[in-house]
Design a protein around this ligand. Structure first.
Ligand code: FAD
Length: 215
């Protein structure tokens, strides 16, 4: 039901907007309106939900927007891909869950944002996730809304080009890096993904689903 007064209006139900709406509406006294320009199909269409349909999602689905974006360097225009559906980018992206590195946080602090230090943000990053591979360490969360797992490991069968790439990296001295989401990852890593039983865990799924019943 659309009411006429809200405490918070969130424009854009994307990766950030869905999570924000759910967190803010945890307080039953706060009225939150989430506005999304794209559709909010229920159930989520198979081409979005099924992680193995990623390529077709990008090439064939109506949920991709291509924003003309001028390049600063010469004013030429490229078309920036984005999601236009509830969940935004998290409903169309490649689903890898990669944290910023310590260097990124240090840079943000150096630009005058002391709240964005690695130490200040770590509790937020752990609260977001439910890491299936590292549930007990101090760097990871085990009961957050976002399911995170590394479905591919480096000892699995892989295509010849991928095997050759990894072997070459190792022969150059790059170590095996079991966890990409540490402050300073180095080496050949298996990427973490937000895919649960083959299904995409967008913020529309991982977050918004739990709050749709809130009035
Ligand atoms: C093809 C692709 C692959 C990617 N792969 C990865 C990956 O593997 N891992 C990763 O971490 N990141 C990936 N990203 C990037 C990531 O998805 C984005 O950085 C992230 O989704 C941005 O979140 P956001 O909340 O800022 O914006 P978005 O998620 O884009 O949300 C913005 C929302 O606002 C809506 N909107 C726009 N205008 C209006 C309006 N006027 N009124 C109401 N609503 C409006 C849009 O429809 C959209 O839903 C990928 C992105 C793309 C496009």
């Amino acid at each position: 039901m659309i009411r006429d007064r809200y405490d918070v209006v969130i424009v854009g139900g994307g990766s950030a907007g869905c999570a924000l709406a759910v967190r803010l509406s945890e307080d039953p006294g706060r009225r939150v309106l989430l506005l999304e320009a794209g559709p909010d199909p229920q159930p989520v269409p198979e081409i979005v939900a099924n992680a193995s349909m990623q390529t077709r999602l990008l090439l064939e689905s109506p949920y991709i927007e291509m924003y003309p974006t001028p390049r600063v360097i010469d004013d030429s225009v490229f078309h920036n891909l984005a999601g236009r559906i509830m969940g935004g980018g998290s409903s169309v992206n490649v689903m890898s869950v990669l944290r910023p590195m310590r260097h990124d946080f240090d840079t943000w602090v150096a630009h005058g944002n002391p709240e964005w230090s690695y130490e200040r943000c770590l509790p937020v990053m752990t609260r977001i996730e439910s890491d299936q591979d590292f549930p007990h360490g101090p760097l990871h969360g085990s009961d957050g809304p976002l399911y995170v797992k590394r479905p591919f490991t480096l000892d699995m069968p892989m295509s010849d080009p991928v095997r050759a790439f990894i072997d070459r990296a190792r022969s150059m001295g790059l170590p095996h890096c079991p966890d990409l989401n540490v402050p300073e990852p180095l080496g050949v890593c298996a990427s973490p993904y937000c895919i649960k039983d083959g299904r995409r865990q967008s913020t529309a799924v991982a977050y918004l689903e739990m709050a749709r019943g809130r009035s």
